[in-house]
Write a protein that binds this ligand. Structure first.
Ligand code: PRT
Ligand code: ZN
Length: 284
């Protein structure tokens, strides 16, 4: 049995649970005020914790693995192994200054006081850049610190940037990029390591499928060569004759990020009746 620590409630919770569900893992005794749950059909137990406690619990072996933001892993400096990036809760940790501040580059940070809930990550950055700034550690609402005269600048999580903007702040340096990651105790034993491998296999199949789409289209036979060039597929596209002479149906797999460009090229090459559908799992 493997023990997985998840955030109890917050920005990581829904997506972490969705990843389990899409991986075919169903949790029992999942009532709302829960501390623990077990999976009915997979050797997995869930511990629900605050995200800040997850690196320590995994490092101490209270949980074997956990899902937490990379920013929290780096800040806590516990001995855990990052096993996989999970592609959600993406954000960056940046330094921001008031709009009226005349920022001309890193040297402008010398002598400032910077408010943050991530003092260790900020300290490392300042030391690496040989900058002298004072770190003012606060735990919440960091973005209000310059407005109330508590600090000159802030170092905080940015996603869309709208929190900074509504507080009259401008992002001037991005220090790190973060996303949810799967972390593990460094020395998992044989049985637990095997369960982790099988969990990872499922997570990877789900994550890969999310990045791809299945595409079906009809095309005149003379366009097939060009269309096969546009649609490489996992090996090569599947081509089947239609009942109508001179026409074929083409099936393939495309990356979501290339979607619009590919569709335009396909139409220009003569494709018709294009259907694009999600893929549930993808094992290559
Ligand atoms: O209660 P618990 O301690 O478990 O949760 P928490 O309140 O500490 O964390 P939570 O749930 O807010 O965030 C969990 C993780 O989500 C973070 O550690 C990040 O890894 C990730 N994440 C992704 C974010 C954001 N995006 C985000 N936008 N965490 C926080 N924010 C906040 C940020 O602090 C700022 O106030 O959103 C604001 C900025 O957002 P924009 O869109 O206005 O730029
Ligand atoms: Zn937290």
């Amino acid at each position: 049995m493997l023990t997985l620590a998840l955030q109890k409630s917050g920005r990581l919770s829904d997506r972490s649970l969705a990843l389990l569900t899409e991986s075919g893992i169903h949790l029992e005794n999942g009532s709302s005020n829960r501390l623990k749950a077990t999976a009915g059909n997979f050797p997995l137990q869930i511990l629900y914790l605050r995200d800040d406690d997850i690196p320590e619990c995994v490092a101490d072996g209270v949980a074997d693995v956990g899902i937490v933001g990379l920013n929290v892993v780096e800040e806590k400096e516990r001995s855990v192994r990052v096993v996989e990036k999970l592609g959600f809760a993406r954000c960056r940790l940046s330094i921001a200054v008031p709009r009226q501040f005349h920022y001309t580059g890193l040297a402008s940070l010398n002598g400032l006081s910077i408010a943050t809930a991530y003092p260790r990550i900020l300290r490392k950055f300042l030391d690496n850049q040989h900058l002298q700034a004072t770190i003012h550690e606060i735990s919440g609402s960091v973005e209000v610190a310059p407005g109330i005269g508590m600090a000159d600048a802030i170092f905080d999580i940015v996603s869309t940037g709208s929190t900074l903007m509504s507080n009259g702040l401008v992002e001037v340096e991005t220090v790190m990029h973060s996303e949810a990651v799967l972390v593990a105790t460094p020395d998992l034993n044989g049985d637990k390591a095997a369960v982790l491998e099988s969990l990872l296999f499922r997570f990877r199949a789900v994550m890969k499928a999310r990045r791809y789409r299945y595409i079906l289209l009809n095309a005149p036979n003379e366009a097939l060569e060009e269309i096969s060039r546009i649609l490489p597929g996992m090996k090569s596209p599947t081509i089947m004759p239609l009942a109508m002479p001179g026409w074929s149906s083409v099936h393939s797999v495309i990356q979501e990020e290339d979607f619009w460009e590919i569709i335009e090229n396909l139409k220009a090459a003569g494709a018709q009746g294009i259907l694009v559908v999600p893929i549930e799992k993808m094992i290559v």
